[in-house]
Ligand binder design. Structure first.
Ligand code: IVH
Length: 666
């Protein structure tokens, strides 16, 4: 059993290696590859006698594909072992200390793990003489002509440099270049690149150097092959910087595992704001003598590890495209997928945004598609893998009628959104209820999507007002599966509390088209009460800054609609009396802009931001010269860095609390 599985894993991993390194046509995601690789490593560890000579655990990358002159690396271009998550980072540090027989914290350099393709640049007499791809780690392809157009590859070095040495690093495509290059390709009728990494590695191996130049690639150095420059990794990077390379300065010296883990969190938090993609953080023992004491295995050095983030993209099968009706009646295409692990979670559905997006991407049931989930952003479909499209795959035709209530759909002016105009559409009512009870709106804990569905099926919840009559079903609820007295009582008190939510939350909860949290806040501040809003006319609404004609019309007609008026009256009869907002309760932060970053331990970010507004200030999401100060909690990353660069004052949470008038946060 183990033997046949191992054989299969070796063949499969070798095939994927070739697809990835030689053909730039990967069929599986990095995390799927890593999972197979790990399985093989574990099997080989328990059955060393069955290890095959051509096992990918014994090599890096894939053999050169031909077409370019080959070059044997003077020093092999090794790969790195991976560490996923805090525990594996700590395990790496333990291995290092055990090997060095020390209890003392080891000094590491934590670098960004660039998501691109590695190259080795040979300089002789300060001039670039050769550039080679990694290839299989032992032999690479000579791509000198192509590399000359890459930003960050100096042809001639500055200052005094060794006679002959090799600089190694990663070729990447910046996010902004990826957008521009893809836009140009689409305009020229060419296929867009799937991701910046594939565009970069394919770009290196173009037969015509002008094709490489068109891709606008960038090089970041991360170390040396042959040659010696300094005694530590951090000093090597500084030297490379002085010679004219774009060595990144966002590296960190970390002493011991705790500092590494904190840095990993900071790097991950700042990932989205970097101008290029990274897929993790590389940790290296900083001192070169200690590195040589630790040595290397066939695959990679024992003194370094790649701390990988969960992959943000994965390939999977698109089973079908379904249509979902939102609370304002907008009908959106949704990709129903073969579940796949991406961005740290299992994803079975992903948005296709609107019919225009669907048309542009032209994904079809049966297609292999690329799914993306970056940070907390909802999963989306990047596009199909056309080479794998089955011949019978049919284009998706948008429905003419609502998939739930069957009423005819209309298209808005821009022909982007399909809309169900039936206000009694059960799907709309249900989506409105979910929104009404959700966080940021009425925030009724225990009344999520599933519970609402259950109560709706029992006929207890038919509209928003019926939420506030749920107590009449108390005993029946207690008899339900997975409910019990305590959770029923918790739910009913959460509903009771929601009756006096601040007016802005109530207005947001109503689900008026175009009215998000910010507009709801503006409306609540200016019109002060539900009564005030009922009386507001178009001219009053348009006078509010940030409210345009379309939103003003939507708001006016919502409050004029007799059905909505009846709903408000009924809510009032149920005891729903939103708390009116007070004006600013102080002017401590008048004219100032604050940014909160990192983890706040003594209050929620929402509470802190509300407080700043109540004290006359503004709270912003990013740091600029206009920022008055930054409040940074543990794990603060790029915003803290930016503040330090710009000389913006940084406060701890305690210092911020100490500024506040007594009792503000109680
Ligand atoms: S050091 C012997 N540092 O990651 C050590 N590699 O998974 C060689 N990479 O082949 C690598 N950023 O292509 C190193 N800061 C960095 C890196 C980095 C990206 C790539 C490199 C390497 C692969 C290993």
């Amino acid at each position: 059993m183990s033997e046949s599985r191992m054989k299969w894993l070796v063949a499969e991993l070798n095939r994927h290696n070739r697809l990835y390194h030689t053909e730039d046509q990967p069929e599986i995601s990095d995390s799927e590859y890593d999972a197979l690789f790990r399985e093989l490593v574990e099997l080989e560890a328990s059955h060393p006698e069955l290890r095959q000579a051509d096992s990918p655990t014994q090599r890096v990358g894939a053999a050169p594909s031909g077409g370019f002159k080959e070059h044997r690396h003077a020093v092999p271009m090794l790969s790195l072992d991976n560490a996923f998550g805090e525990e594996e980072v700590r395990a790496f540090d333990e291995r290092v200390r055990r090997s060095l027989e020390t209890e003392e914290p080891v000094e590491y350099l934590a670098e960004l793990k660039f998501d691109g393709a590695s190259i080795s640049l040979t300089y002789e007499g300060g001039r670039l003489v050769r550039a080679t791809t990694r290839g299989d780690g032992t032999t690479g392809e000579v791509v000198t002509a192509n590399v000359k157009s890459i930003r960050g590859v100096p042809q001639t070095l500055l200052g005094a440099v060794p006679d002959s040495f090799e600089v190694r690093g990663e070729v990447v495509m910046l996010k902004a270049d990826f957008e521009t290059v893809n836009a140009l390709r689409i305009a020229a009728g060419e296929q867009a690149f799937v991701n910046p990494r594939n565009a970069a590695s394919g770009g290196l191996r173009q037969i015509n150097p002008n094709e490489t130049a068109k891709r606008q690639l960038t090089f970041f150095p991360y170390g040396l092959g042959k040659g010696r420059l300094a005694d530590s990794q951090s000093a090597i990077l500084e030297r490379l910087h002085a010679m004219g390379f774009e060595a990144r300065t966002d590296v960190a010296i970390c002493r011991g595992a705790d500092e590494l883990v904190a840095q990993l969190l900071a790097v991950e938090a700042g990932r989205a704001t970097l101008p290029f993609g990274i897929d993790g953080m590389v940790v290296k023992v900083n001192d070169l003598l200690t590195q040589s004491q630790l040595g290397s295995t066939a695959r990679g050095p024992r003194w370094a590890v790649a701390c990988k983030f969960a992959a943000e993209q994965a390939f999977t099968l698109l089973r079908e495209v379904s249509w979902s009706v939102g609370r304002t009646g907008v009908v959106t295409p949704v990709a129903e997928l073969e579940p796949v692990f991406v961005g740290g979670v299992m994803v079975g559905r992903a948005t296709l945004h609107n019919i225009e997006d669907l048309r542009r991407k032209d994904v079809r049931p049966g297609d292999t598609v690329i799914v993306q989930r970056a940070g907390d952003v909802i999963p989306e479909i990047v596009g199909p893998v056309l080479d794998k499209r089955p011949s019978e795959a049919m284009e998706v035709v948008p429905p003419a009628n609502c998939p739930v209530c069957d009423s005819p759909l209309t298209q808005d002016e821009g022909f982007v959104a399909l809309r169900c105009m039936n206000p009694a559409c059960p799907a709309q009512i249900h989506a409105k209820l979910i929104h009404f009870a959700s966080r940021g709106a009425m925030d009724i804990e225990g009344l999520g999507e599933k519970q609402l569905q259950r109560f709706a099926e029992l006929g207890w919840i038919t509209d928003v007002a019926s939420i506030f009559k749920l107590s009449t079903h108390r005993e029946e609820m207690e008899a339900l599966d997975r409910m019990g007295q305590q959770s029923v009582s918790n739910l009913l008190s959460a509903i009771e509390e929601a009756k006096t939510r601040p007016l802005d939350r109530f207005v947001f909860a109503l689900g008026i088209s175009q009215v998000g949290e910010k507009t709801a806040k503006d409306l609540a501040k200016i019109f002060r009460s539900v009564e005030g809003l009922l009386q507001a006319r178009y001219d009053d609404l348009i006078a509010v800054s940030d409210i345009g004609p379309r939103t003003a019309r939507e708001i006016e007609s919502w409050f004029e609609d007799p059905a909505n008026r009846a709903m408000l009256t009924e809510l009032e009869a149920c005891g729903v009396t939103p708390a009116e907002l007070d004006g600013p309760v102080g002017d401590l932060f008048a004219g100032q802009t604050l940014v909160f970053t990192g983890k706040l331990t003594q209050f929620s970010r929402e509470a802190a931001e509300e407080l700043v507004v109540n004290l006359g200030g503004k709270s912003a999401g990013s740091v600029s010269k206009a920022t008055s100060f930054v409040v940074a909690g543990p794990g603060a990353g790029s915003k803290l860095l930016k503040a330090e660069q710009l000389g913006v004052r940084v406060l701890t949470e305690d210092e911020f609390l100490a500024m506040l008038p007594d009792g503000m946060l109680s």
